[in-house]
Design a protein around this ligand. Structure first.
Ligand code: ADP
Ligand code: MG
Length: 144
């Protein structure tokens, strides 16, 4: 898909979520979505569309300096928590020590989106992978 504006990227995210909602959930495992692409490619913009779809009230902002942010999902969805992880700054797996990754990834109530998953060496089973490419100032190629 090619989007021509941030709003089109958020729209694509809402459509993605509408389809994801009907996928069967694995036992003892969170739903994990990888967001892959360079800085400015639109990963966090996509996340704000995810938040819109799930009725998350707070704005989804880049967790880059915090690594991880959690949002409550209150609507009638298969998940209770939206977890947004941005591993851009992670150079060492030890930096994840403050985050109980096992606990997060083993809980099927969690919907986890990870920016820069390539920086995490921990193995986890991914449900979906989305790739973002910067084509021009307003155009992004997004592959799901
Ligand atoms: P990332 O999280 O991948 O680093 P962001 O979503 O934070 O990227 O930033 C994307 C930037 O590109 C934003 O400033 C956004 O307004 C801009 N932009 C321009 N066109 C698009 C588009 N089609 N889709 C998403 N973002 C776009
Ligand atoms: Mg980002």
């Amino acid at each position: 898909m090619i989007t021509q504006s941030p709003e089109e990227t958020r729209q694509l995210a809402r459509e993605f979520m509408a389809n994801l909602g009907v996928s069967p959930l694995p036992e003892n495992s969170a739903t994990i979505v990888e967001l892959v692409g360079d800085l400015g490619a639109g990963k966090t913009t996509f996340m704000s569309g995810v938040g819109e779809f799930l009725g998350v009230k707070e704005p989804i902002i880049s967790p880059t300096f915090l690594i991880q942010r959690n949002y409550k999902i209150e609507g009638n969805f298969p998940w209770k928590n939206l977890v947004h992880l941005d591993a851009y700054r992670i150079e060492d797996e030890k930096e994840l020590a403050g985050i109980d990754w096992e606990k997060y990834s083993n809980n099927r109530e969690n919907l986890i989106f990870i920016e820069w998953p390539e920086n995490l060496r921990t193995s986890f089973s991914v449900t979906k992978r989305i790739e973002f490419k910067h084509l021009s100032e307003r155009e992004r190629e997004i592959q799901i």
